[in-house]
Unconditional design. Structure first.
Length: 303
């Protein structure tokens, strides 16, 4: 899943085409838990390996069509760029792995919470690492999110590690991607290219060891694993092309679509328990997001 609102915008205005692209991407991400639940009987590591391997040809085709393959050649000749891409690739792997495990293990609500927290955590990172000045409403929003996490920690006797891992891994991924001088499509291709070698070796190890699900366990598993490339690469690339046609504030509001859908699916489709602590924590997060959105919209209107 991706909610990075830092993609450079060509113009500070919205377009119907951009809105349609972004909405499509967020809806696809919103329904992703249903797909992940269908592969819950397969280990998260195997699912992630297939997401990586089958994303690579799709991402490559997009770059060929766009005529941007030279960017990849340039990146491959730059040790600094490769090192940064390897770091962002590692972070996205942690994010994907945690998400796949969470859905399969019945922690979809925690996944939703993580992606609700993410924009507030990104504000915090911007203040710490980019020296961005926090507005009073943003400080209040972060405080509400911290309070929600504290309530969940007290209730469970430990930190809500799924939600925090998703928020922290994606927050640092988005922060570091700002330093990678590549477009979103090129950056995604480079990341999966770096990961594809180990991922392919792992798939071959499982298949030859009789533990893999690509050929041994029927057509349904084969189709689902091959489809992992589509459900990974397509929404990311649709989003990347939509984000540059929308205002940053519009993307900032639209990024709530996917976690809201994950939340609704977790409660009404997967029937995950929604106890007292969550009844308190989620409204606190939503209040924080309202304050964040209000401050963002005020800033957008002031320009």
């Amino acid at each position: 899943m991706s909610t990075d609102a830092s993609v450079p915008l060509a113009k500070n205005e919205d377009s119907p085409r951009g809105f349609a692209f972004a909405l499509t991407a967020y809806l696809l991400w919103g329904f992703l838990p249903i797909y992940m639940k269908a592969v819950a009987h397969i280990s998260p590591a195997e699912v992630i390996a297939h997401r990586i391997v089958w994303s690579l040809p799709l991402a490559g085709i997009v770059l060929i069509v766009l005529g941007r393959t030279q960017d990849i050649r340039t990146a491959l000749g730059s040790p600094r760029m490769l090192a940064m891409a390897a770091l962002t690739a590692s972070l996205i792997t942690v994010n994907w792995g945690t998400y796949v495990w969470a859905i399969g293990a019945g922690h979809s609500l925690d996944a939703a919470l993580g992606y609700f927290i993410n924009p507030l955590f990104s504000i915090f990172l911007g203040a710490v690492f980019l020296k961005e000045k926090l507005q009073p409403l943003q400080i209040a929003a972060i405080a509400l999110a911290a309070l929600a996490v504290a309530i969940l920690a007290l209730d469970s006797g430990g930190i809500p590690w799924v939600a925090l891992t998703l928020a922290v891994s994606w927050g640092f991924y988005a922060l570091l991607r700002k330093t990678l001088p590549l477009g979103p499509n090129q950056g995604f291709f480079l990341e999966v290219l770096i990961l594809s070698g180990p991922a392919l070796l792992y798939i071959l190890y499982l298949e030859f060891g009789g533990q893999g699900h690509l050929y041994r366990t029927g057509l349904a598993d084969t189709t689902l694993l091959l489809g992992c490339g589509v459900i990974t690469a397509v929404p990311l690339m649709i989003y990347a092309n939509g984000a540059k046609l929308l205002k940053l504030s519009t993307i900032g509001i639209m990024q709530y679509i996917a976690p809201t859908m994950i939340f609704l699916i977790a409660v009404f489709v997967f029937h995950e328990p929604f106890g007292t602590a969550r009844m308190i924590a989620f409204p606190l997060i939503w209040a924080g997001l309202f304050l964040y959105s209000w401050s963002m919209l005020k800033g957008s209107g002031a320009r």
